[in-house]
Structures are given as C-alpha cells and as structure tokens.
Design a binder for this molecule. Structure first.
Ligand code: HEM
Length: 471
C-alpha cells in the first residue's frame, strides 16, 4: 500500500501567494480540466491561504457513487447555511441515515410526475406571464427564466405560484448565504447587512405563510412538498417544526439558479446557431400544430431540443464541483487522502475530455443520438453530480427545461440583443451567463389565456446587496 499522505499530492499550477486564484476566478472549469490533465485524478489546489484536495475524472465520479457515504460528509460544509436560514436539517447538510431518511420523505414531491401530470397548468402559467410581451421589448434572459421557473416550483411544490414579489430576495439570500457560509469567500458581516436581513425575513415569512396555508387547507389529493414535510412532522418522522421553513424553501434554493442559468445557456445556443435553431423550431412547431396545450404524451420525440439540453448541461455545468469534508482517510489513485481535508470533486471535468466527447468544446447536439450515446460511459456525464447527494430534482429539472424552452419558443420569437453579443460566462457562485439579453420579435397570443403585464420586481434589498449580483 502506498503510504503517501495527502500533503504530498501534486499541486495545481499557480502563482506564489495567490495560488490558482486568477484562473479559478476567470474560468474555473477550464482551470480544473487543465489541472487534471497536468496532475492526474487527484491534486491539491491552493487559492490564497486556502488549500483543497481535488479529485476529478470518471474514477472520481465512480468513487462518489460507490464510496461517498463511507468516507465523505457534507454536514461540516453546509450546516452553516441551514443555521442561517433558521434550521438544522436539509438535504445538502445531512449525512448517513438521516440523509437517506430525509431523501425518502421528499423523493415523491421532487419527482417529475408532479410536473408531467399538471402540464396544462404550467403552460397556462407561462402564457399568462409571457403573453403580454411586446414586440421590441428587451429581456434579461436569466431574469426571464428565474421568474418562470420559480413560479413553476411554487405552483407544483407549494401550491403558491406567486413569487415575483420575493424573487430578488430569494436570489440575494441564497447567493449571500452560500458565499459566506459554504464558500467562505465573503465575510460573515455580509449576513448582518440590513438589506440582506430584510430579504431573509421576507422569504422566511413566505415559507411560514405557505406552510400555514397547507395546515389550514389539508388535502389528500394535492400531495405536494409541503404536505409531505408536514406529514413527516405529524408522524414524528425525523422532521421537527423548526425545520419546516428551511425545507419548504429547499427547491427554490436548489432549483432557481441552476435551472434558470441552464435554460439561459440553452436559449443562447438555440438563437446563436441557425442550424440548431431550425431543427428545434421544426420540433416545436410540430408539437404545437394542433393547439396551445399539447398533452405530455406528445412531448417525447424531440431529439434536437433534447440534444440542446444535454449539450448545454455538458458544456455549461452550473454546479461543476461537489464540496465535501473528508471524514475518514481513504486511498484514491495511489494517494492517501487524510481525514479533515476539504475536498472538491470536480464532477464535470470528464465533460471536457476528448476520450469521451470527441472535439469536446464543440456544441454538437447529435452526441446523444442512439448511434453515438457519448454520455453513456460510466462517470462521463455528471451535470447533476454523482453519489449520495446527486441532484434530487434532476428528473424534474429535465422535464422542466424541455417544457419551458419549447413553450417559450412557441409563445414568442426572440433575437439576441445586441445581435453581435457573444456569450460570456461568470461564476457568482454558480455558473451563469453574463449580460445575455434578447429582444422580442414576434408574439403569438391566445384569446383563451389572459396575459398579465411583465412584473416590476419589488426588490426588498434594492440599493443593497443585490447590486453586487447585478452587472
Ligand atoms: C439544470 C438544473 C439543475 C442542475 C444542473 C442541478 C445540479 C445539482 C447538483 C450538481 C447537485 C449535487 C450537489 C452536491 O453534490 O453537493 C444538486 C443537488 C440538489 N438539487 Fe439540483 N440541479 C438542478 C435543478 C434542480 C431542481 C429544479 C431542483 C428542485 C426542484 C433541485 C434540487 C436539488 C436538491 C434538493 C439537491 C440536494 C440533494 C442532496 O443533497 O441529497 N435541483 N443539484
């Protein structure tokens, strides 16, 4: 057995004092891929005065699937996030049997079935929101998807779709709490900023209101996330009253930035690539040929749109790192990784390796065709993570992306604005498009769906922390 300690791992290239700060800040995924190529599947990454062990490659993803529960924990990394939101129990911070039990309680409500059986309501919601778009109107694409997708989660998991009034609060709180408590890139003082405190209070009040509404309107038939959480509280099944608000907010924290940024990347790639756009629009037009409300059974056969979604998940993985605490020593690729280390598993690195995806930086929607199936090699494609904590909403998200993109493209026509814009990507802290906007060039209105004006967002934190997240 190799007796090396994790201190003797190869170190990813970087500058004295600041280590890999600049490349990690500029293009973190590229830096992780380059470091993997240079150092192999396990190496040390230094950024300023912090030091992490990084594992990457298909063997690292396979290790997560087989051994994550044996050696790794998320509690020490994510517990502070829960505490900040008034609870001590949520999926990302739970380990072992508690985590298994909590996942079991919530699996039904995170399944895509809720979405697929309520397609008419979801489409109606989108037509109501977007039917009033005006030709010539300019839209921030990230914002467009944040609103539409948050309202879907609100409808399906909380039975409360109205979220425009707290959308910015949700985003400010999620990103600030993540940057302070998990990534430790921001000082704890950010959590005392009055604007942040107001946003935090508004979203906690919203969660409390939603939970109270469910208590006042019990329904066997609805079976949404809040029903499942309250059911577990009533049975004494793991969840205590003080965690209800945090668990209620869970899908909004887990689902808004991830799904909306992925949708924005997908829309860019559709609009910027004429050949892709033509194929996707042919599928969308065929789907809606018989009316504005196709049944879910008709959504299956859309290989071009599916290819766009898969290729977007591969090339723009919004959550490309799993952050873990090493609870017990283990061996990996001939190295010993010691307990007490902070570990990053760079789950998306194989997406950029030519041995799995030839010409990996090319956007090619046919990689996933039955003839090629480039994603099918074990550990090669992991946009939803790998192992015990892999995305509980992954199947929900895939259905949501397909439904939302196709319906959007049926409701309106868009052009990138300005036309010469080339996609810029930034991380803050999840990966997102920077400055991507579209202009509406056509709208198909339906008399059956009364439209609402695009909301003027009420930003509790206006003038405060939210500015830091804006361009
Ligand atoms: C394109 C969209 C999405 C992507 C790329 C994505 C990605 C991920 C990744 C990589 C993880 C694992 C994090 C880790 O290992 O530490 C994760 C976890 C999670 N995601 Fe997603 N996600 C997406 C959408 C959603 C949606 C829509 C929801 C809910 C409605 C959701 C709920 C969750 C939850 C609850 C977890 C924690 C699972 C656990 O710890 O057991 N995600 N997601």
């Amino acid at each position: 057995m190799n007796e090396m300690t994790s201190t003797s791992l190869p170190v990813a290239s970087g500058l004295p004092w600041i280590g890999g700060l600049v490349p990690m800040w500029r293009d973190p995924i590229r830096h992780l891929v380059d470091s993997y190529m240079q150092n192999g599947p396990v190496f040390r990454l230094k950024v300023l005065n912090r030091s992490f062990v990084v594992m990457a490659g298909t063997d690292a993803n396979d290790f997560m699937v087989r051994h994550e529960r044996d050696y790794l924990q998320t509690g020490p990394i994510f517990a502070g996030f829960g505490t900040e939101l008034g609870g001590d129990l949520f999926l990302s911070s739970s380990d072992g049997d508690r985590h298994k039990q909590l996942r079991r309680i919530q699996t039904r409500s995170y399944s895509p079935l809720h979405l697929e059986t309520r397609v008419p309501e979801v489409i109606t919601g989108m037509r109501r929101r977007l039917g009033a778009l005006e030709i010539g109107q300019r839209l921030d694409v990230q914002r467009l998807f944040q609103l539409v997708l948050a309202e879907q989660v609100g409808l399906l998991m909380h039975n409360h779709a109205e979220l425009a009034h707290i959308l910015d609060d949700l985003i400010v709180v999620f990103r600030t709490a993540l940057l302070v408590t998990v990534m430790r890139q921001w000082p704890p003082a950010a959590l005392h900023w009055p604007a942040y405190r107001r946003s935090r209070q508004r979203i906690l009040d919203h969660a409390a209101k939603v939970a109270q509404w469910h208590r006042d309107h019990p329904s066997e038939a609805r079976n949404d996330l809040v029903d499942d959480i309250l059911g577990a509280v009533a049975r004494g099944d793991l969840i205590r009253e003080e965690n209800v608000r945090l668990l209620t907010l869970g899908p909004l924290f887990g689902g808004i930035d991830t799904a909306s940024n992925t949708s924005a990347f997908a829309l860019y790639n559709i609009l910027a690539r004429p050949a892709v756009r033509k194929r996707v629009m042919a599928e969308v037009d065929a789907l809606f040929a018989d009316g504005p409300m196709p049944a879910w059974e008709r959504w299956g056969d859309m290989p071009a749109l599916q290819g766009v979604i898969m290729e977007t998940l591969r090339l723009y993985p919004v959550a490309y790192l799993a952050s873990r605490y090493v609870a017990k020593d283990f061996e990996f690729a001939g190295h010993r990784v010691k307990a007490g280390e902070q570990l990053f598993v760079a789950t998306a690195v194989p997406h950029f390796l030519g041995e799995f995806f030839p010409r990996p930086y090319e956007f090619d929607i046919d990689r996933y065709s039955p003839q090629r199936r480039e994603h099918a090699r074990a550990g090669a494609f992991a946009p939803f993570g790998a192992g015990a904590h892999s995305c509980l909403g992954s199947r929900f998200a895939r259905s949501q992306l397909k439904l939302t993109l196709a319906t959007l493209l049926n409701i309106a026509d868009f052009e990138i604005d300005p036309p010469g814009y080339r996609l810029r990507v930034k991380s803050n802290p999840v990966t997102m498009p920077d400055g991507f906007a579209v202009r509406v060039t056509g709208v198909r209105r339906h008399a059956d769906f009364p439209a609402e004006p695009w909301p003027a967002f009420s930003i509790a934190a206006r003038g405060g922390l939210d500015r830091l997240f804006r361009r």
